[in-house]
Design a binder for this molecule. Sequence first.
Ligand code: EPZ
Length: 427
Amino acid sequence: MDKLVIKGGNRLSGALPISGAKNAALTLIPCALLTEEPLTLRNLPRLADIDGFQHLMGQFGVTVSIQGNRPEDFGRVVTYEATRVTNTVAPYDLVRKMRASILVLGPMLARMGEATVSLPGGCAIGNRPIDLHLEALKAFGAEIELAEGYVRAHAPDGGLPGGNFDFPVVSVGATENALMAAALANGTSRLGNAAREPEIVDLCNLLVAMGAEIEGIGSSDLTIHGVKRLHGATYRVMPDRIEAGSYACAAAITGGEVTLDGAKAGDMAATLHALRNIGVECEEVKNGVHIAANGKLLATNLSTAPYPGLATDMQAQLMALLCRAEGTSVLTETIFENRYMHVPELTRMGARIETSGRTAIVHGVGSMTGAEVMATDLRASMSLVIAGLAADGTTNVNRLYHLDRGYERLEEKLQLVGADIERVGAE
Ligand code: EPZ
C-alpha cells in the first residue's frame, strides 16, 4: 500500500487551488435520480468517494459520462443521465464502503416509489445511526421496514404525500435525503431544525435549478412545495471549505503564507475565526482566502457545532495546529462520540494531549518529531499530515486510502507550495 513520506520543516508559501467540495458532490450526484433529463455537474473533485458514488449510480442504470474539465474549473465535468432507473437496490457491498450511499434513499423513493438500501453500519468516528433519515421520510408518508440488514422504503400509490418533520438533532445527511424526497412529493413539506451547512445550500440551489420550489434556503426552517417533475440542469459544485481549512492549518503550522485559490471565506467563517484566535492572519481576497502565519501560535478553546458553528470535519486539523501553540487549549467534540482517533498518533509524534469523553486538553509543545503513523479516518489522517509538515525529521503517513477519499491530489498541491512530501509505493 502507498504511503506519504513527509520531511518536516519547509515553510509553505504560494497559491494552492481548492477543489470542488466532496460532501456537496456526494449529495448533488444523487439528484440525477430525480429526473429523466441529464444532470451535468462541473468542478467535481477526482476522489475515490466520487468514483464510488458514480459506480453506485451505474448500478441503478444511470449513465455516467466524464467530459474532462473546463479552464475555469480545477475539477471534472460529468453528466449523469437517469432516463430509466433499472434497479432500486443499493447493495451492502457498495454502501458498506461508502456511507454517503444512503443519500440515494430519498431521491430513489421519490422518483420510483420504492427504494432498498443496505444499512450502512457504524464507522471509525462513531455509531452514526440513520434513524432521522427514516423518520423524516416516514413523516412524508413513506412506509419503511428494516429487514435482513436493508431499509425497504415504499411510497403510497400516486407518490409521497409530503409532510412536516422537526429534527431532534441537526443532521446533514438526513436533511439532504428529506430535501431530495420532498422536492418531488405531491404536497408541501416543512423541515424544522434542518441542517444549514453550505453543502445543504448547494443542494437547495441545484434542486431549484432543476425546477424545485424551496423557501428558507440557508435557514434551519425549510418549506418545500413538491413539483410533478424536475428537469435537467448544469451546475458547478461549491469549493471545498474543509479542504481549504485543512490547507490553512498546514500553512499556519509551518509559519507560512498561502492563498487558497477559489476558497469562499463566507463558508468557512468559523474556521477562519478559530485561526485568527490562534494568531493566524486570514484575509478574504479576490477569488480566495489569504493565510499568513509568523510561526507563533496561540492556544485557544474550540467546540464543534452544526453550521454556522465550527465544523467537526475541522477538529482534527485544528488540533494538530494547537499541538504547536503556546499554552493549553481545550477542544470539545459535540457532533461525533469517537472522533479523537488521531490523538494517540499525534502523541507518538510528541504531542501532549489528554482526552476525557468528548473533551481533549492539548498542551502546546515546542517541537514534534516525525514518526510512522496511520489514522482511521479522513480528517484524522490529514491532521497527521499537518503535524508532519512541521515535525523534526520524517513522518510516514500510512493507510493513504483515507486521504484519497477526500483530498484531491494532496501531495501535488502541497508540493506546489513548497512542502517536501511524496507518495511512495510499499516495498
Ligand atoms: C456529514 O455526515 C458529512 N458527510 C460528514 O463528513 C460530517 O462530519 C457530518 O456531516 C457533520 O458535519 C457527508 O456529507 C458525506 P450528520 P452525516 O447526519 O450527514 C447523528 C468527512 O470527514 N445522527 O450531520 O452522516 C450522528 O450520529 C465527514 O467528510 C443521528 O443520530 O452527519 C451525528 O452524531 C465524515 N441519526 C450527528 O447526528 C441520524 O439519522 C450529525 O451527523 C443521522 C445522524
